[in-house]
Design a protein around this ligand. Structure first.
Ligand code: GTP
Length: 837
């Protein structure tokens, strides 16, 4: 990390050295390295090597070699036979598309090989000879096929292959891990793979754009008028064939209320049709942002590698010139967004590289580099008049041309063992059979025995059937949430049903739905009209629904003959939670609140470092839906206003905070800290009597979530304060993993009043101590601060240093907080100690 361009002679003189780390320099070659013939470990990661350094062949004792993040494109023959002890080889993030054949010479030593982020189109045959290989990484290459031999006769423990256009086995099989891949290949031992051409197509776009109209017209092969009353609620799924391709259409409702669940259903490897109403579209940035930019940003964040076909509707309401102008405007602005994203990422990378302590930002650097490698493919915008079937036909032809284009969709054709297709057909058959209720919910064991009762599937073992079910879950044909304990035994043969259930609670106009519940249903639920009024009041003012209200609501919307038998199971009752709520909670859409008092004095608190105990079972459950919250005053009041001395941290998001992110954060955080207040864009948590405020600020190019704690009065209290903040930051980090194209960085604003500088936090992976420095200096105002005021550091009580006196030392205001009562404990905050020199 010294920005070296050549190897310093002092390094080369010490020939006894066994380990040399030259990570993150600017080396273009390592001339002279052969002198260090005792080296066992050589790290040359993140340099500027274009050529593989041939001198390495003299390092015959080498056991570990890391050449990742260079620009090497070829490795010559003749090196590896000289390295008989090589165990660990990192070549990721280069430009390699082949390996020398003689790598096989390391077959009895090499255990770790990383080839990810290169340009391999196939697994090099020499890898198959590495009999000792235990860990193998090939993510983000151009692989289409995996050789069966890779999974035979070697102790392979870790194999990562995501980010490849795989056909054989399909990515959805590989996602199941080595065992599932082996089971896939076992099936192919006795029969040929069959082609499967299926395209998940997602229709996205603002409300009333024409998504359902296009979907329905394509399906029914005529121009289908859709009335406003038929607007999409939640998501609608349908299947449709064009040519020999099967399309699974996912029609997403355009209203804001539904965005909350988008992360659950917007999945990678799909064709996205972004529908824009040209009649509504105007050549101004706000309208662009609303009708187009918002969706492009969402796709950047959630599925950064997808293919987007923009479609402009309602062109019959515009003249020809207008259509051309709007089309050009949209395409130019989208291109500008792609460019802006590229520059932003490059800028963020450069900032990290230029920082003085770049070694502390490795994880952030890696993640940014990965983001730089993936981008949306935007196809040419297609204007259509949905009332004219000729236009719909043209759209159909265009879609077909695109999906057939291997450059755009390299893995649209997947190779499957015939048994996969057979099981799928049997499941479709079971789902459609008269004996299966409309909801299509089935016990796993019943389904498995149903399947094995079919002649041609009778011999399949349970493990294989489950593997195939996992595959069908990943492609979205069925839903089987194995990872949720209470649902592992249930398969949803009709995903649309589950979505219908979601839609009953996550929808626009929920208040009217509550108001419209009939007296009959109320009586059936032992409720009165007064109860109903209080449900409405509760929902309007607190965004909460009690169990009884939810039961009545679902009955009101769903009750049909076929639902009767599963109603209890889905909705649950006082003592048992229904499946629907388990799912809503799993996807962090609502929060179970057990006590309606403002604060629950009996609540057990989460204390960092101690095992977390669940909520006390006190009273009937209420469910809070943070998306529906509309006020913030209560939380602000409880918090009592910001103070300049608060410990303050911001997590910035680029390009922006995804819709629903903050609400999910609240649900997650509040399920850890039982004493909490939640409002629209802010939330207050209490841990050991100390408050922590979380606030969202989602402005263009300036989106962050702010965390604030009162400055600890005593040195010993810093530990708790930082643990608390770190717990929330790790929740934010964990959540952001659902958006692979979202960049997040943590900063602490300078503590000088009015100074806009910020201290960027190093990687927070919990492994390394963040910093050892006692004092931090602001690069802008020059003021010095004790590190624990900016970063998770606990001051040493005995040796607490004083910042050296300076003429421009910071000036702190003296404030008195007085006594504030926060729930179970009251905090008496006296005058803060002042760091003024
Ligand atoms: N004149 C005209 N009307 C259209 C066109 N496309 C859609 N419409 C009408 O516009 C209205 C809205 O269309 P939908 O297909 O329901 O829009 P959507 O995007 O699915 O809307 P949400 O369900 O709210 O998400 C319907 O009344 C359609 O008949 C078009 O190209 N020209």
């Amino acid at each position: 990390m010294r920005r070296l361009r050549v190897l310093p002679s002092t390094v080369l003189q010490n020939i006894r050295v066994e380990s040399l780390n030259l990570d993150r320099n600017k080396l273009k070659n390592v001339t002279g390295i052969s002198k260090l013939c005792n080296l066992k470990k050589l790290i040359l990661s993140k340099n500027e090597l274009l050529e593989f350094p041939e001198e390495i062949k003299s390092l015959v004792h080498l056991e570990k070699l890391e050449l990742n993040q260079n620009q090497i494109w070829i490795i010559p023959e003749g090196v590896f036979p000289c390295l008989p002890k090589l165990r660990h080889l990192r070549l990721n993030n280069n430009r390699l598309d082949a390996l020398p054949k003689d790598l096989a010479a390391c077959n009895s030593s090499l255990q770790y090989l990383n080839l990810s982020n290169n340009l391999f189109r196939a697994i090099p045959s020499t890898v198959l000879e590495l009999r000792r290989l235990q860990e193998f990484y090939v993510q983000n290459n151009l692989l289409r096929q995996l050789p069966v031999g890779l999974f035979k006769e070697r102790p392979l423990r870790t194999f990562k292959v995501n980010g490849n256009p795989l056909r054989e086995p399909p990515s959805e099989v590989c996602a199941g891990g080595i065992q599932q891949i082996i089971s896939y290949f076992n099936q192919l031992q006795t029969c040929q793979a069959e082609e499967d051409r299926r395209v998940k197509t997602m229709f996205l776009g603002a409300s009333l754009a024409g998504k359902s109209t296009i979907c329905k017209s394509l399906k029914q092969r005529r121009a289908v008028p859709v009335s406003e009353e038929e607007r999409t609620v939640g998501i609608e799924i349908s299947e449709f064939h064009i040519g020999d391709f099967t399309f699974l259409f996912w029609d997403f409702a355009g209203q804001l209320e539904y965005y909350m669940t988008h992360h659950v259903f917007i999945t990678p490897q799909a064709l996205v049709i972004l529908v824009i109403n040209f009649h509504q579209y105007q050549l101004n940035p706000d309208i662009f942002k609303e009708l187009v930019g918002f969706w492009i940003n969402n796709l950047f964040m959630r599925v950064p590698n997808s293919v987007v076909l923009p479609v402009g509707t309602h062109i019959d309401c515009c003249n020809g010139k207008e259509v051309e102008e709007k089309k050009r405007d949209i395409m130019t602005k989208i291109q500008a967004m792609l460019e802006e994203r590229k520059t932003n990422l490059a800028h963020l990378v450069a900032n990290l590289e230029d920082s003085e302590e770049s070694e502390f930002y490795m994880d952030q650097w890696d993640r940014l580099k990965e983001m730089e490698n993936s981008t949306l493919t935007i196809l040419n915008l297609m204007p259509v008049n949905c009332t004219d079937y000729q236009d719909i036909k043209k759209l159909e032809t265009t879609i077909l041309e695109h999906v057939k284009n291997e450059e755009i969709f390299p893995n649209i054709i997947q190779m499957l063992p015939p048994v996969y297709k057979k099981v799928e057909a049997a499941i479709v058959d079971i789902a459609q059979s008269e004996d299966t209720p409309e909801h299509g919910m089935m016990d796993l064991s019943i389904l498995l025995s149903e399947l094995s009762r079919r002649d041609h599937l009778a011999k399949l073992d349970r493990e294989l059937l489950q593997d195939i079910l996992r595959y069908l879950h990943r492609i979205g044909l069925i839903l089987w949430y194995e990872e949720i304990k209470q649902l592992e035994g249930t398969v949803f043969l009709r995903p649309a049903f589950l979505i219908t259930m979601f839609k009953t609670l996550i929808r626009y106009g929920l208040v009217q739905q509550l108001e419209n519940i009939s007296v009959d249903i109320l009586v059936g639920e032992h409720a009165t009209i007064r109860d109903q009024a209080s449900w409405v009041w509760m929902f309007k003012s607190k965004a909460m629904l009690c169990q009884a209200a939810m039961r009545a609501l679902l009955k009101h919307q769903l009750y049909s003959e076929s639902m009767k038998d599963i109603f209890e199971e889905m909705v649950g009752h006082k003592s048992q939670k229904g499946k629907l709520f388990i799912l809503l909670q799993h996807f962090e859409i609502c929060l179970e609140v057990r006590n309606m008092e403002e604060l629950n004095p009996g609540a057990r608190e989460f204390v960092p470092g101690k095992p977390w105990e669940g909520l006390l079972d006190c009273g009937a459950a209420h469910y809070l839906f943070p998306t529906y919250l509309n006020r913030s005053e209560e939380v602000s009041e409880m918090w009592g206003g910001d103070h300049p001395e608060d410990l303050q941290v911001r997590t910035y998001f680029s390009p922006e905070i995804p819709e629903g992110f903050f609400q999910r954060l609240m649900v997650k955080a509040c399920s850890f800290y039982s004493a909490h207040w939640v409002a629209k864009v802010t939330c207050l948590l209490i841990c050991s009597g100390k408050p922590l405020l979380i606030k969202e600020n989602n402005q263009k190019a300036y989106s962050y979530i702010e965390l604030r704690c009162r400055k600890p009065g005593k040195i010993t209290e810093f530990q708790l304060a930082w643990d608390f903040i770190m717990a929330i930051i790790s929740i934010i980090q964990k959540l952001s993993e659902d958006w692979p194209g979202l960049h997040m960085s943590v900063k602490a604003p300078c503590r000088t009043n009015g100074c806009p500088a910020e201290f960027v936090w190093p990687d927070v992976d919990g492994k390394s101590t963040v910093t050892k420095e006692e004092i931090k200096t602001c690069g802008l105002c020059g003021h010095l601060f004790q590190t624990e005021l900016l970063l998770p550091k606990v001051p040493n009580e005995r040796e607490m240093p004083q910042p050296p006196a300076r003429s421009s030392a910071p000036h702190y205001y003296v404030t008195s907080y007085g006594t504030t009562t926060f729930g179970p404990s009251s905090i008496n905050v006296n005058r803060q100690s002042i760091l003024d020199n």
